[in-house]
Design a protein around this ligand. Structure first.
Ligand code: 16G
Ligand code: MG
Length: 546
């Protein structure tokens, strides 16, 4: 059969151009495949093959993004993007893992097995959009991926260097026949920036908002694309770009560095009360921060962005008189104070799901308007189609009051500032800037909405992280037996104490999170819980300390 011949050729290309050199197991995890770039060439080739099968299976364009996000420069990674910009469906993660690990000789057979098990019609066309970050290994790995796509006669559109959320956006635009926007860079900039400027044109009373941000691009694609935004934003928002690509990617800079180290990045001038943002290596995460008059550092992370945005959207929904339900989705990492503030003060319902964008995104789709954010700065807002139609038709509905129509109009414009397909650092920045502008807030005003509970993150090296298993959105540990009891006992000694442990999806470690009423207590609780993990879950090396 035709496909058998094609699969044999795909196997031959694997052997001749992208052979699997080491027998090292790789797994498609929460963010696709990640690891040392030099070990991954065959994986990229095979993901090109799989992208073609996925495209045929869905009858739609699929995305292939080459990035290792906030990992060091020497790493790389690949993830596939499903037709509506979602992460690859979970059932295919297993297929990806299988395909990546078989020997070159078994490749043709494995491809045949996949088309049988998934009922794929190989006569259907296939189209794959490819994007990559700025890593030095990305061009050649993208080439390997593209070789995989062409080996199975898939159509390729190579977008070159783009942020992860831009690629998600292009895939969605393509599969909605342009209804979501144009699948081009210019289309993307235009949609976001014209909505942003339109909202800016409205006056604000409070002059505490200053239209200027200092931007840390992590020496990655975020800096490259922010330059494009800056050129188009004009004086609607002044952006000063640092870590713009002259230094090492993600090294002592970027959103992950700032979030984990709780300090400003390198190579950025520190001006008291100025507004700072850092994005990560593929620009799908963002963290805000500032330095006060006493040189004290204050971080406004994903929880803060979520509460700011959800609070503002809630106000617009109420003002517009539309009956739309709005909810916020968080993970166990969300600061307890943010959950309290949003649910008790702002009265927005909150759901908690396991870590990983796919879980948050999926849950958010259950609301008419779903806001989701991980504390680490990844998040966005998603709108149900019916909700969107209602919002967009309200401004012209003369049966409604003027203030209702005006609020709906604002909401409708705000929708276009948002990249709904996945968390997008730059789009999120424009969204935050819009809300701060509308409220006339300084960073201090934003920060004053609630006080974070002090917290500490730790990681514990273990022989096998899978020994630790959790339930209840990772908030309870069910294995090893007795560990949850031990955690409960430790937590009960602390005022406002809370702690949980979970196996990392991206590193060979168990993560520990603890919060308490003071930093010293949060630190102590984290260490105690870390030691319990170390002794009960097969810790390696010394028990954790700070
Ligand atoms: C991945 C996830 C991110 C999550 C992180 C947790 C995606 C696209 N990314 O980067 O959402 O916060 O993993 O890492 O889903 P961990 O499992 O090592 O703690
Ligand atoms: Mg990222």
């Amino acid at each position: 059969m035709e496909e058998d011949r094609m699969f044999v050729t795909a196997g031959e290309v694997a052997v001749s151009k992208h052979p699997r050199l080491k027998d090292k197991f790789v797994q498609y995890g929460t963010a696709g495949f990640r690891g040392r770039a030099e070990d991954l060439e065959h994986v990229f080739y095979r993901m090109g093959l799989l992208a073609v099968l996925r495209s045929k299976a869905k009858g739609a364009t699929i995305g292939m993004m080459i990035t290792a996000s906030h990992n060091p420069e020497h790493d790389n990674g690949v993830k596939l993007v499903d037709p509506h910009g979602e992460m690859l469906v979970q059932s295919w993660e297993g297929l990806a893992t299988t395909l990546a690990n078989v020997s070159d000789n078994e490749l043709a057979k494995t491809l045949s097995e996949i088309i049988v098990s998934e009922g794929i019609d190989m006569t259907k066309p296939a189209s794959v959009f490819v994007g990559r970050d700025t890593r030095s290994s990305s061009p050649s790995l993208a080439r390997a991926g593209i070789d995989g796509i062409t080996a199975l006669s898939g159509l390729v559109k190579d977008f070159g260097v783009v942020t992860t959320p831009m690629l998600h956006y292009f895939v969605t635009c393509q599969n909605t026949q342009g209804a979501y926007g144009l699948a081009t860079e210019e289309g993307y900039y235009n949609k976001l920036i014209s909505a942003f400027k339109k909202l800016r044109a409205e006056k604000t009373e409070n002059k505490k908002y200053i239209p200027k941000v200092i931007f840390d691009g992590a020496n990655g694609v975020g800096a490259v694309k922010m330059k494009e935004f800056k050129a188009r934003l004009g004086d609607s928002l002044i952006v000063e770009i640092f870590n713009d690509g002259n230094g090492i990617l993600n090294h002592l800079c970027g959103a992950d560095f700032v979030k984990v180290q709780q300090k400003p990045p390198q190579n950025v001038p520190l001006v008291p009360n100025a507004r700072y943002v850092s994005v990560d290596g593929d620009a799908d995460r963002i963290i805000y921060y500032y330095i006060d008059d006493q040189q004290q550092f204050h971080m406004l992370d994903g929880d803060r962005i979520a509460t700011l945005v959800a609070g503002y959207l809630m106000e617009l929904v109420k003002e517009s008189g539309l009956s739309l339900n709005l909810g916020l989705v968080q993970t166990a990492y969300a600061n307890g104070s943010s959950t309290n503030y949003i649910s008790k003060t702002l009265k927005v319902p909150v759901a908690c799901v396991p870590t990983g964008v796919k879980h948050l995104h999926h849950k958010a789709l259950e609301f008419d308007i779903g806001v989701y954010f991980e504390a680490n700065g990844h998040g966005t807002v998603v709108f149900k189609q019916a909700a969107l139609e209602l919002i967009k038709s309200t401004p012209a509905d003369l049966g409604r009051r003027d203030n209702e129509r005006a609020a709906a109009e604002r909401l409708a414009t705000l929708v276009d500032v948002i990249n709904q397909t996945v968390g997008d650092a730059i789009s999120d920045m424009l969204l935050v800037e819009t809300v701060l502008h509308a409220r006339g807030w300084s960073m201090e005003d934003w920060k004053a909405t609630y006080s974070d509970l002090p917290n500490r993150l730790l990681k514990v090296l273990v022989k096998d992280r899978e020994v630790v298993q959790t339930t209840d959105a990772e908030r309870k540990c069910v294995s090893p037996t007795g560990l949850q009891n031990a955690i409960d006992c430790l937590v009960s000694k602390y005022s406002e104490g809370r702690a949980f442990v979970r196996p990392s999806g991206t590193e060979d470690v168990v993560r520990v999170y603890a919060e308490a009423s003071t930093q010293a207590e949060a630190d102590k609780l984290a260490v105690e819980v870390g030691r319990a993990v170390h002794s009960m879950a097969g810790g390696v090396g010394d028990p954790p300390s700070l």
